[in-house]
Design a protein around this ligand. Structure first.
Ligand code: NDP
Ligand code: MG
Length: 384
């Protein structure tokens, strides 16, 4: 039995990961469950999976949770306990399914403790790609991608030499506003943004999918996972979300990974790797599947442009980009700014921050908070 920790168990990825465990009860033992604030769902998960350790990062939520009693389960609360949970005892693999920059420290903690990482929290690689990949290499730790596109690359690259990669073809659904004109985007509501055509995900990543910032973050994530140049990563819009990504090799061959759009598949492969196991994911019927189409991303969605720019410059700039985006998305979800103003916030913050090369974890934490402060100030003073 593989001993696993699920950090961010109450979210979209976390709950689907627990579904994977339910479907393969002989394979996994859930040693740690950790989440932030959803006390009711978390309590049901702890009751069902009986982990050795259960942690809620939010202090007030933890206080409520600690009134419940679960025999044989150690409970803890607060940010430090959440980070420490990543290094718990004999856990073999840590699924990082928490959202945003908050995932960086626990991921580093887990790597330092020699745990393999099933990485859903892409922000970690965006913010600290170099630091994290170097550390993982030094500790002999595997980073197994959960993001569907990177999971696809991972499958296409089994048995291949990364040096023979010509191009990574990163597919994108195009989000809910594919084909729209800039004027159509000015007044879009939160509800419209959250209605993603092919994937059902947490709110932050759903907004990121609409701005194409998600695809931008994935470009940076791919760069660090597969050690390619930015010129070798090409985004291809594929509205059906059946081809999860493709690798073109130096001889001109292209290998693609196809499946129904269901995150349980890449989550499961990351957790069972190197084995494949049966899954309930709907099988594709090629007689019914009429067409698979591909197109160029529309340049009105600036998320890709920002990501390539920030990624190419490197240093602390991807961290700046991520922080500005997190603040802007949050402000949009709360109705403080309009959809297109997410781009204004990112652009403004990116243009104001100096770049520091080869940042340490402390530098990145400092940059994250400074970029957040600037983004907040801009939203407060200039945008409303
Ligand atoms: P959700 O918003 O659905 O869930 C986030 C999880 O993280 C919840 O368990 C939440 O706890 C917890 N969390 C939030 N903030 C903190 C914090 N400060 N400290 C500790 N835990 C926290 O997100 P998703 O599941 O959609 O996404 C998770 C990660 O996976 C993201 O990095 C995303 O980019 C990535 N990803 C997601 C995909 C998807 O299909 N959803 C696809 C590919 C990647 P609580 O709910 O208890 O407050
Ligand atoms: Mg993805």
């Amino acid at each position: 039995m593989k001993k696993i920790a699920v950090l961010g168990s109450t979210g979209s990825i976390g709950t689907q990961a627990l579904d994977v465990v339910r479907n393969l009860p002989e394979e996994f033992s859930v040693e740690v469950l950790a989440a932030n604030s959803n006390v009711e769902l978390f309590a049901r998960q702890v009751e069902e999976f009986r982990p050795k350790l259960a942690v809620l990062a939010d202090e007030a939520a933890y206080k409520k949770f600690s009134e419940k009693k679960f025999s044989g389960v150690e409970v803890a609360g607060g940010r430090k306990a959440f980070v420490d949970a990543a290094a718990f005892d004999d856990v073999e693999i840590v699924l990082t399914a928490m959202s945003g920059f908050a995932g960086l420290e626990p991921t580093i903690k887990a790597i330092n403790a020699g745990k393999n990482i099933a990485l859903a929290n892409k922000e970690t690689l965006v913010v600290a790609g170099e630091l994290v990949t170097k550390l993982a290499e030094a500790r002999g730790v595997k980073i197994l991608p959960v993001d569907s596109e990177h999971g696809a690359f991972f499958q296409c690259l089994q048995g291949e030499d990364f040096k023979s990669i010509e191009k990574l073809l990163l597919t994108a659904s195009g989000g809910p506003f594919r084909g729209k004109k800039i004027d159509d985007l000015r007044g879009v509501t939160v509800k419209e943004v959250l209605a993603h055509p092919t994937w059902n995900m947490g709110k932050k990543i759903t907004v990121d999918s609409a701005t194409l910032v998600n695809k931008g973050l994935e470009v940076i994530e791919a760069k660090f996972l597969y050690d390619v140049d930015y010129d070798q990563i090409q985004v291809v819009v594929h509205p059906q979300s059946i081809v999860h990504s493709m690798v073109e090799f130096c001889d001109g061959s292209i290998i693609a990974q196809l499946a129904a759009p269901d995150m349980r598949l890449p989550i499961q492969y990351a957790l069972t790797y190197p084995r494949r196991m049966p899954s309930p994911v709907k099988k594709i019927n090629f007689w019914e599947l009429k067409e698979l189409t591909f197109e160029k991303p529309d340049e009105i969605f600036l998320g890709l442009k920002f990501a390539y720019e920030a990624g190419r410059i490197g240093g602390t700039l991807p961290c700046t980009f991520n922080a500005a985006n997190e603040v802007a998305v949050n402000a949009f979800l709360r109705g403080r700014i309009k959809f297109l103003q997410i781009y204004d916030v990112i652009e403004k913050v990116l243009s104001r921050r100096k770049v520091l090369n080869n940042p340490t974890l402390e530098d990145l934490i400092a940059e994250d908070s400074e970029a957040r402060r600037l983004a907040e100030k801009f939203i407060e003073e200039d945008l409303i």
